[in-house]
Write a protein that binds this ligand. Structure first.
Ligand code: G6P
Length: 362
């Protein structure tokens, strides 16, 4: 069955490897021959009435929402905010007149996210759940559902659900942008780009040996590590750090690279791993200077860089793709670095201590 780990030692590795297939499945499910999104018209009509999108999620789903918000704003021009569900639930911000809610939840069962859904329904606001599990609680209770089509995700550390959440949000952002006559959404060749992503992901998962050796050289012994980036790369830095901490128990933080110098740089010691994510033209030079600042304080710097921005001594070079979709590629080496760090320490990769796949308490 799809939930059988076969010859894989852990589900997480199998699920990382499945990501190119999931991307192709999303293309097949959601884009027609001409690359036009196939999305429920009623959902789009409802979204068109909204003056602001509110994305709600927990953990990795929250991190996928951070990426999604950038796509929605760029392709639809509708202001979009992202909230951690357990925060929104107990202190609702001042709302716009006509909010539309998007719940991101792999399991569809997270209690914190459900709490928000229950509250916003009482206030009469429309909602969409994007989930991997048909008929899950949040799917049943929201006005609309879009499925991730990622197949069962068993490992506690979420991988293919994250990339599926990013890709499905890209589909919805394109569809909604087109419904709003935004030229940028029309021009965004998502079908072609997701094809490039699938090939690129395959190249990264095929470079496991390199990632395993980087993990054993740089991440096996340190107490802490940092992922840094700006903009969309910062969103991926947060997810990358979460992967590392949850399964390898290395204390990891994702940081906006410009913010390091305002405090966190005090933690850099000799050999502290700092991993820079660099995929955006506008911020590449700035993140490189921030990496220089930590190098001069003794950090061991690694880089995850898009090909067109790569320099001779970069560690991991990613295939080029549309700047809005770089998270689909930059997160994959981070998933594998976390996996091999955990594996190298002899830990139970799929069942890290203290964590549950689905959290049904608030
Ligand atoms: C748990 C899992 C995380 C997940 C989070 C949200 O904490 O361990 O991997 O990101 O819940 O889960 P959801 O199913 O709502 O995406």
């Amino acid at each position: 069955s799809a939930a059988d780990k076969g010859t894989y030692p852990f589900y997480m590795l199998k699920e990382v490897d499945e990501q190119p297939v999931v991307m192709r499945k999303i293309v097949q499910e959601y884009l027609n021959e001409d690359g036009v999104p196939v999305i429920d018209q009623d959902l789009l009509e409802t979204m068109k009435k909204a003056d602001r999108l509110y994305i709600i999620g927990a953990g990795t789903s929250y991190h996928a929402g951070l990426v999604g918000a950038r796509m929605f704003e760029r392709l639809t021009k509708v202001p979009t905010q992202v909230f951690i569900s357990s925060e929104f639930a107990y202190e609702q911000p001042i709302m716009s007149e006509r909010p539309f809610f998007i719940f991101l939840t792999q399991s569809g069962e997270t209690a914190d996210s459900r709490e928000v859904l229950v509250n916003i329904k009482k206030q009469g606001w429309p909602s969409l759940t994007i989930t991997n599990v048909p008929k899950s609680t949040l799917s049943r209770e929201a006005s609309y559902t879009l499925l991730l089509h990622a197949g069962p995700e068993i490992a506690v550390a979420s991988t293919k659900a994250y990339t599926a959440q990013v890709a499905v949000q890209a589909v919805l952002a394109k569809a909604f942008g087109m419904a709003r006559n935004q030229q940028e959404a029309v021009d965004f060749d998502l079908k072609q780009q997701l094809g490039i992503v699938a090939v690129g992901m395959q190249a990264i998962v095929d470079s496991k040996d390199q990632l395993e050796s980087i993990a054993s050289r740089y991440l096996a012994t340190p107490r802490n590590a940092f992922y840094i980036g700006r903009g969309i790369d910062w969103s991926v830095a947060l997810e990358s750090a979460l992967k590392l901490k949850e399964i390898s128990y290395v204390q990891a933080e994702g940081f906006a690279s410009g913010e390091l110098k305002h405090g966190t740089i005090a933690l850099i010691e000799s050999k502290t791993p700092v991993i820079g994510i660099i995929t955006q033209d506008r911020t590449a030079g700035l993140t490189r200077s921030n990496l220089q600042e930590v190098v001069s304080r003794g950090a061991s710097v690694l880089t995850i860089v898009s090909k067109h921005l790569a320099q001779a001594d970069d560690t991991i070079v990613l295939p080029d793709v549309d700047p809005l979709l770089t998270p689909l590629l930059s997160v994959v080496p981070a998933q594998l670095l976390a996996y091999y760090t955990s594996l190298g320490k002899g830990l139970d990769v799929d069942k890290p201590r203290n964590l549950a796949k689905s959290v049904t308490v608030q």
